[in-house]
Ligand binder design. Structure first.
Ligand SMILES: C[S@@+](CC[C@H](N)C(=O)[O-])C[C@H]1O[C@@H](n2cnc3c(N)ncnc32)[C@H](O)[C@@H]1O
Length: 210
């Protein structure tokens, strides 16, 4: 099933509205290491946001509910999170209560691509066109969770992708020198990642919260 996710790990949950519930937990057929962790047609390019460095763009038009990709990287358990550097926190997301994923877009540019999605320019922009959700799978009787990105509203070909990082990201935002209003999102139809990817990348999952 899916549940709304927040980012980064350390911080409080935002009171965001729940996306439509999907009660069926998908059971995976193939659950293994893979470098293909996102849909086709996503490219890193210089961001349209001044000062935001690189951004993620889609070469193909996307529609609300489309699966974008798994947010992958190094899994850091809660007891090791004091070892995460300020730079790494810029690329961190909470997968579960006890596990944070820290993306490495330099060494794993394909696998850790989701970490290149910026926040929408503010003020003046249209806001996010991507939303973060927790995706759960059942594998050999055990539940695993991944932090995923889904398309929130239609994006034209060559459009830049934007997601709201959550209230907890404010510390990092201040250091980077930009602001962002609190956002609430509701997502309708959701494409199953398993209909987009040939294999589900097990290295992007953590043992689910019980
Ligand atoms: C997850 S990374 C996104 C990828 C990053 N732009 C890069 O080049 O690697 C998050 C960082 O991107 C930058 N960023 C994201 N959205 C931004 C925005 N709207 N304005 C300015 N900087 C932004 C900030 O430095 C932030 O800490």
């Amino acid at each position: 099933g899916y549940k709304e996710a927040s980012k980064p790990a350390s911080l409080e949950k935002e009171p965001a509205s729940k996306p439509e519930s999907q009660d069926q937990t998908p059971a995976v057929q193939d659950f293994r290491y893979s470098n293909v962790t996102s849909r086709e047609g996503l490219e890193a390019r210089p961001s349209s946001v001044p000062g935001a460095a690189i951004g993620l763009f889609t070469t193909k038009a996307l529609k609300a509910g489309d699966f974008l990709g798994f947010y992958c990287g190094r899994m850091v358990p809660v007891e090791k999170q004091d070892e995460v550097t300020d730079d790494e926190w810029k690329y961190a997301a909470a997968v579960t209560k006890r596990m944070t994923v820290v993306a490495d877009t330099i060494n794993y540019p394909e696998r850790d691509k989701m970490a290149l999605v910026n926040e929408a320019p503010y003020p003046g922009g249209k806001g996010p066109n991507v939303v973060a959700l927790t995706y759960d799978v059942l594998h050999q009787g055990q539940k695993f969770s991944a932090f995923t990105y889904f398309v929130l509203r239609g994006v034209k070909a060559d459009g830049e992708l934007f997601v709201y990082y959550g209230i907890g990201y404010d510390v990092v935002r201040k250091k980077a020198g930009y602001t962002q209003p609190v956002r609430f999102a509701r997502l309708g139809m959701k494409e199953n990642p398993q209909s987009v990817l040939e294999t589900i990348p097990s290295n992007c999952f953590a043992e689910a919260d019980s």
